[in-house]
Design a protein around this ligand. Structure first.
Ligand code: MF3
Ligand code: CO
Ligand code: CO
Length: 270
């Protein structure tokens, strides 16, 4: 039997109970801790497959489950997206080179609750242009998070992100979006990282969703490679992404996936 909690809005968005926030925080905290702990394992010569193997082990050691292994045929505990890979990079045998930037995206299930988060890392020395891209992407995510409170709309979130990114002469990817989550991985709404203020569904207390902007140094267009997963920038420009899972509270937002170590900057491991 499928478990139903709370109610659905007219837009089909689930409203969870006060007591459900604790479950989301437990799942989110584990995903965030794994992203903290993996930092020391990102270095020149390391393979993304080895990083993924460590993440698989960390999920298992925590007594949790990977949400991505077996999801639509995906076989790994993380997506690792290097340089011009926008998202859904498949871990493999390729070795990281000096100056490579990478997004590591982990989703875990703890007691049936989903925690989904991603951050940027660097192998070796962080190139100046990449550092700027990563900083803008991180700050854009928080411009979006700053808009999360009852009464604001999803368009307010998208607009805040887009305006910030484009003011820095970078572009927001349109082909992928954030999503509702909770007792499921992907649920309504589609959380767009662009838009107009005041448009879209109205935020209500008890909504759980991700915000996960992908930002390109060049043009926003992407294409998906023959493996049916790996999305890359069409113009081969560098791309970055950060993702948090959040909940709407009485008067604002709770971020479920904050780093326990206060880590987010890619150079924290070096
Ligand atoms: N974690 C990704 C997201 O942010 C989804 C990855 S699905 C996978 O929604 F199958 F590619 F792992
Ligand atoms: Co997500
Ligand atoms: Co994710």
């Amino acid at each position: 039997m499928k478990e139903h909690r709370g109610r659905l809005t007219k837009d089909g968005i689930r409203i969870y109970e006060q007591s459900d926030f604790a479950g989301m925080l437990a799942a989110g905290a584990l995903a965030a801790r794994i992203l903290d702990d993996i930092a020391d394992h990102v270095f020149v010569g390391q393979t993304t497959g080895a990083i993924d193997g460590l993440i698989t082990q960390m999920v298992e050691d925590a007594g949790a489950e990977s949400a991505t292994i077996g999801y639509k045929g995906y076989q790994h505990a993380s997506c690792i997206s290097v340089n011009h890979v926008v998202c859904h990079g498949i871990p493999g045998e390729k070795k990281l080179k000096d100056g490579d930037i990478l997004n590591i995206d982990v989703t875990v299930i703890v007691d049936g609750w989903f925690g989904d988060t991603s951050r940027m890392y660097v192998a070796g020395k962080l190139p100046r242009k990449a550092e700027r891209l990563i900083q803008v992407t991180h700050d854009a995510l928080f411009k979006g998070i700053d808009m999360v409170k009852p009464g604001n709309t999803f368009g307010d979130i998208g607009h805040a992100i887009q305006a910030y990114v484009e003011a820095h002469r970078m572009s927001v990817v349109r082909d992928f979006c954030g999503h509702g989550l909770g007792r499921v991985f992907h649920a309504p709404p589609n959380v767009l990282h662009y838009g107009r203020p005041g448009t879209g569904a109205v935020l209500e207390e008890g909504m759980f969703f991700t915000i996960e902007p992908m930002v390109n140094l060049g043009r926003p267009e992407t294409k998906t490679l023959a493996d049916d997963w790996t999305a890359v920038t069409r113009d081969k420009s560098l791309s970055a992404q950060f993702e948090h899972s959040v909940g709407v509270t009485t008067d604002g937002v709770e971020i479920f996936t904050l780093s326990p170590g206060g880590k987010y900057h890619p150079t924290y491991s070096s």
